[in-house]
Write a protein that binds this ligand. Structure first.
Ligand SMILES: [Zn+2]
Ligand SMILES: [Zn+2]
Length: 415
């Protein structure tokens, strides 16, 4: 079987997370985004774990609520503020791990994504002790990505580096960034939303399609390790330019710089802010020769943008949570089942009938690669522009053009 999975989200006990981020809401919303399986996130937090336990148990490491499967996971912030993802085989593994790290953390019950004062190697050893799997979260992002602080998996995970089987690309990168780096040839790339809100624009804005025998912890881990025919068959995510750390830029005024410009300015912006190295420049820097080498096992990467963003652009709505936009989204999902179908499969004429000419043209522009992206950087998301909807943005767009503005259909596909 093949199914869609979002393997990195946060519950309501993480900081800056929607109060509505409950297992119940997630179970309800995930199907409408076309997801069958989610990783719980935040499983070291007792109250969140209690919500997971209240769902039906499929096996020791897999739970189900209203048709959505959940596997146990957490993100932690460790030495140098680097973020790691950990997947656990059972509740008892979660509890064992929690005990082994408890004296290195002061906020296990205060933050869904706790800080643990251990380096990558020590953390990986403790994960290994309970048969959990660990790897870097959003590996290239400034401040908290592994590659922001380390030059290699070995520098971060030491003697445990060979146990790392996956790496999360993060919203500002796609597989072509990872395949610039030789040491990642054998690693499975994850594309996850890192959502802090259960609603359409955030949840599953990135996801993985997995081929396995069942939707369980064991099967997902086998797919990560590519054992016995199990594998990731597709990575789906935002165009990396839409991510908020894609280009090198100033986090204070969001002026963008090339790497050379930033170096020449000694990383000082004209506003005197400190310029942050973008994900694109960091990935290039980590490459021996700037050549993208795609290993045979690497799945295609498809770029999508949230349907809600297309709707809002098409209808000229500025806030993602206005009633009109949500109502239109709701109508399409109720009729066609889930967002992936509407974005990629449903007949344009059927969309026109239900959501109007503007939205239908927006989806068509997305499918035919006519959507333009103004790259993000310095913590500011990139912007999606539908044709003819670029009022006020043209200037910035033309300024960035020299840097190879991209269209959505520059996907990472075989031939
Ligand atoms: Zn993180
Ligand atoms: Zn600045």
């Amino acid at each position: 079987m093949e199914f869609n999975a979002d393997l990195h989200i946060h519950g309501l006990y993480s900081r800056a997370t929607s109060r509505n981020m409950t297992i119940k809401t997630l179970a309800k919303e995930s199907g409408r985004k076309g997801m069958s399986l989610l990783a719980t996130g935040d499983c070291l937090h007792s109250k969140w774990l209690a919500e997971v336990k209240a769902a039906d148990k499929v096996d020791d490491g897999t739970f189900e609520l209203e048709g959505t499967r959940f596997i146990l996971s957490t993100e932690v912030e460790a030495a140098k503020r680097v973020h790691h993802l950990i997947y656990f085989p059972s509740i008892s593994a979660v509890e064992g791990f929690k005990e082994s790290v408890s004296k290195f953390s002061t906020n296990l019950e205060a933050d869904g994504r706790p800080n643990i004062k251990l380096d990558g190697e020590e953390l990986a050893m403790r994960a290994q002790d309970v048969e959990a799997y660990i790897g870097p979260a959003h590996a290239f992002t400034p401040w908290t990505g592994m590659y922001a602080h380390y030059g290699s998996l070995e520098e971060c995970y030491g003697s445990m580096a060979s146990h790392v089987k996956f790496l999360e690309l993060g919203l500002s990168a796609d597989s072509s960034y990872g395949d610039l780096i030789r040491e990642l040839a054998d690693i499975t790339f994850l594309t996850n939303s890192d959502a802090h809100s259960p609603y359409a624009i955030r949840l599953a804005r990135e996801f993985n399609t997995i081929r396995a025998k069942d939707m369980t912890f064991d099967e997902v881990m086998k797919a990560i390790k590519r054992e016995k025919g199990r594998k990731f068959v597709l990575n789906v995510g935002l165009p990396p330019q839409e991510g908020k750390y894609n280009e090198t830029a100033c986090p204070r005024c969001f002026e963008h710089y090339t790497l050379e410009e930033a170096v020449a300015r000694r990383w000082r912006c004209s506003c005197r802010g400190v310029i942050k190295k973008g994900v694109r420049d960091r990935a290039k820097e980590l490459s021996d020769d700037g050549v993208v080498r795609r290993p045979a096992h690497r799945p295609d990467y498809i770029h999508i943008i949230p349907l809600g963003e297309i709707i809002n652009q098409a209808l000229g709505i500025s806030s993602p949570y206005t009633k009109k936009g949500l109502a239109t989204w709701e109508r399409l999902i109720t009729e066609f089942g889930n967002e992936v179908k509407v974005l990629l499969e449903v007949d344009i004429s059927a969309i026109r009938e239900l959501a109007g000419k503007e939205v239908a043209e927006g989806v068509e522009a997305f499918r035919t690669g006519k959507v333009v992206i103004i790259p993000g950087g310095g913590g500011e998301y990139g912007k999606v522009l539908l044709p003819g909807k670029s009022i006020g943005m043209e200037q910035k767009a033309s300024k960035k053009k020299k840097d190879g503005q991209m269209t959505l259909m520059d996907s990472y596909k075989e031939k």
